[in-house]
Design a binder for this molecule. Structure first.
Ligand code: SF4
Ligand code: SF4
Length: 134
């Protein structure tokens, strides 16, 4: 991963969306996501602990949002996190990424920004990322 990867100084999506996924992704059901970092959502879904709160923040997120962050279970993170694309990655802008960033006062990322030319396969994002309950 490039040292210039903006995700490393962001983390907004890990503290903005509800991160839900099929329950069997957890390691007590044959998957890899540490079950202790999850909580039940429905009979078929779990979410990352902390992301179903009004003030969402995944308990696996380490560091300060907008400064320096990392995922403590990066190798075992659930599918929504693997699929979520940083805005601008591979020439595709992601409104969800920029919405989360805006929530924390961070500027949007566009596809023509210079750091995107130095990125390998990126980091976090989305099919099952949802806004937490109000
Ligand atoms: S994917 Fe977007 S919101 Fe998530 S950490 Fe990276 S830059 Fe921030
Ligand atoms: S990437 Fe890691 S810290 Fe971020 S939401 Fe997913 S599991 Fe949590």
């Amino acid at each position: 991963m490039s040292e210039l990867n903006p995700c490393m100084t962001c983390g907004a999506c890990c503290a903005y969306f509800r991160v839900s996924f099929y329950w069997a992704e957890a390691d007590d059901a044959g998957g890899c996501v540490p079950a202790s970092q999850t909580e039940p959502l429905t009979p078929f879904l779990r979410c990352m602990r902390g992301t179903n709160n009004r003030q969402s923040r995944c308990t696996a997120l380490v560091g300060d949002i907008g400064d320096g962050v990392s995922c403590s279970i990066y190798e075992n993170r659930p599918s929504p996190c693997r699929e979520f694309a940083m805005s601008g990655e591979n020439g595709v802008e992601n409104d969800a990424c920029n919405r989360a960033r805006a929530h924390y006062g961070l500027p949007p990322l566009y596809k023509d920004m210079p750091f995107h030319t130095g990125l390998d396969a990126a980091t976090l994002a989305s099919s099952e990322l949802q806004s937490p309950p109000n």
